[in-house]
Design a protein around this ligand. Structure first.
Ligand SMILES: [Zn+2]
Length: 553
């Protein structure tokens, strides 16, 4: 991104553009700048709410919809069973009925016989809609249309997102409500925001102000708090905010940035009552072998992202997997019911940059403006590959091996692990990045069923717990919201079949075929053809390419 474009972005949406994967000093503390007066051309640089759902988009909701003949993976961790018929009335699942026996023809004339609509999914698999606990909707320059991310998420089976944040507060509140009313083609939205976002009460200068903002947020459509542990977010401020959030039913999630970890590592945040640790930050710092802080080189500079991300992985050999400190850390987090949301996908380019840059989907589904954002620069956050070496990638592979062990050990001892993607940075595209997270959890040691459990019921519980609620989605059973992913291939056999670009397989007669991709995504009783959603996304990308060709940019 050029200097002028960067300046435009800063003027237009500073706080939002920075509240992202990497965390920056300003995101948590200067939300008021998002509303700063700006010159006319700059004023256009805003996020665009999704257009109203067209009449030809999606089927339903119906008085009664039946999905026929599927094999069900229900999201609890239970093994598949099928064939079943799934009965949906309005936006709720009302029954799951055995429809026959494997290897025998399906029974004919199966009840219910009074459906308004039937979807024949014979031979397909159904799962609960996926829950992505770490998303952003784009920014005014790289990807201004929320429709773009929404359709990529839905096309990959994501029916619920936790925006941390999705968009500036006012837009996020509005989009959440429009989605709930079925007015737009979008997943269910949870609106998490940083301290001080959206209000006119000024910066968070201490614990009292933090509590005041949380009280304001609870009344103004905020579901939870995203911490970056930077600037005004001192340990005292975060502790007060977590305490107030627990009283008022708000969730909490922390990206514990390197400058903040000295004051409060992940264990200390868990002690204070934090709900979710997102990314990897703060875990290993809670169990270092020698000393309390990572041994950074003397020329480390947090604002130099090549340094920041180059050094992040170097902590890998300062911890000992399975050591007493390792186990004690995990036991402490489990006792506090802390959710680990590792978002391994968003930093995966660090261990194999060429793969991330050249992923199959970029040429079709990545907006040129988003691709511009990904290209290395010193001032776009997450574009830190100035001179990325073999040594850097080796360090990240070593780091991932231990981070994966940590996440898997936590799951094995009964800790909750969920799925988040943080796409829109570091060569990761919405939806596609989420599926990669499923693959990475399997690499970490999760069985495919454990991966699905993390992606569905675990995420739902993490969203419901702070409100003192029982989840209303995330499991396929009567009474739950009708949020489903319907896929032609068995996803347990190969998560790659969930990618929108499908999976290449050689046929029996020696021809390369593309198989898979989600077939239907059902959200609150509305069934979307995933291929049609992807076609819409491709049209958005093609339109921008044509505009660029016309203007010679
Ligand atoms: Zn993020």
């Amino acid at each position: 991104m050029g200097r002028s474009a960067a300046a435009v972005r800063r003027l237009g949406s500073l706080a939002f553009a920075l509240a992202m994967a990497i965390g920056t000093a300003l995101a948590a503390t200067q939300p008021a700048l998002a509303q700063a007066p700006s010159a006319a051309p700059v004023a256009k640089r805003v996020m665009h709410p999704a257009p109203p759902r067209r009449t030809n988009e999606g089927l339903g909701p119906y008085r009664k919809l039946v999905i026929r003949g599927v094999t069900l993976i229900d999201g609890t961790g239970a093994p598949p069973r099928g064939p079943v018929d799934i009965v949906i009335e309005g936006d709720k699942i009302t029954d799951v009925i055995q429809a026959g026996w494997p290897g025998l023809p399906l029974k004919s004339n199966r009840a219910p016989l009074d459906a308004d609509k039937e979807i024949d999914a014979t031979g397909m698999y159904a799962l609960p809609g996926f829950v992505d606990l770490h998303v952003h909707g784009g920014d005014p320059v790289k990807s201004p249309d929320l429709e773009y991310a929404y359709k990529l998420w839905l096309a990959h089976g994501v029916t619920t997102v936790r925006g941390v944040s999705l968009a500036p507060h006012d837009i996020a509140v509005s989009e959440k409500a429009r989605s709930a009313r079925g007015e737009i083609v979008a997943p269910r939205i949870y609106n998490y925001q940083t301290l001080g976002s959206g209000w006119s009460g000024g910066r968070i200068d201490g614990p009292a102000k933090a509590r005041a903002w949380v009280q304001w947020a609870a009344k103004n459509g905020v579901d939870g708090i995203k911490f970056f542990a930077l600037m005004d977010e001192t340990p005292e401020v975060m502790t007060a905010a977590i305490d107030e959030a627990k009283k008022l039913g708000l969730g909490t999630v922390a990206h514990i940035s390197p400058p903040g970890v000295a004051g409060m590592n992940a264990r200390q945040m868990g002690d204070a009552g934090l709900g979710t640790v997102t990314h990897f930050y703060g875990h290993f710092e809670s169990m270092l072998k020698a000393g309390r802080l990572q041994k950074f080189p003397n020329d480390y500079n947090f604002y130099d992202e090549a340094k920041r991300f180059g050094e992040a992985a170097e902590i890998w050999d300062e911890v000992e997997p399975g050591s007493p400190e390792w186990v004690a850390y995990l036991e402490a987090q489990k006792a506090h019911h802390v959710d680990f949301d590792p978002t391994m996908t968003i930093y995966a380019a660090s261990r194999d940059l060429m793969r991330a840059k050249n992923a199959d989907w970029h040429s079709i589904y990545t907006l040129p403006s988003l691709r511009d954002y990904f290209v290395s620069t010193r001032d776009n956050h997450g574009s830190y590959f100035y001179d990325w070496t073999t040594g850097n990638e080796v360090a990240w592979r070593n780091f991932y091996a231990r981070f994966m062990r940590l996440v898997n050990d936590y799951k094995n001892m009964g800790g909750r692990v969920s799925t988040g993607s943080d796409s829109g940075f570091i060569w990761k595209l919405y939806g596609f990045g989420y599926i990669e997270e499923l693959e990475l959890l399997q690499e970490a040691g999760f069985t495919p069923l454990e991966v699905i459990q993390a992606a569905t019921s675990n995420g739902a519980r993490t969203l419901a717990d702070p409100k003192g609620e029982v989840p209303s989605f995330g499991i396929v059973k009567p009474g739950m919201s009708a949020d489903l992913v319907i896929v032609p291939e068995n996803p347990l056999a190969n998560f790659k079949t969930l990618y929108g670009t499908g999976h290449e397989r050689l046929s029996a007669d020696n021809k390369v075929e593309r198989v898979g991709g989600v077939k239907w995504t059902v959200t609150r009783g509305v069934a979307y053809d995933a291929h049609a959603l992807l076609a819409d996304v491709k049209a958005m990308v093609d339109k921008q390419k044509a505009e660029r060709a016309a203007t010679g940019k």
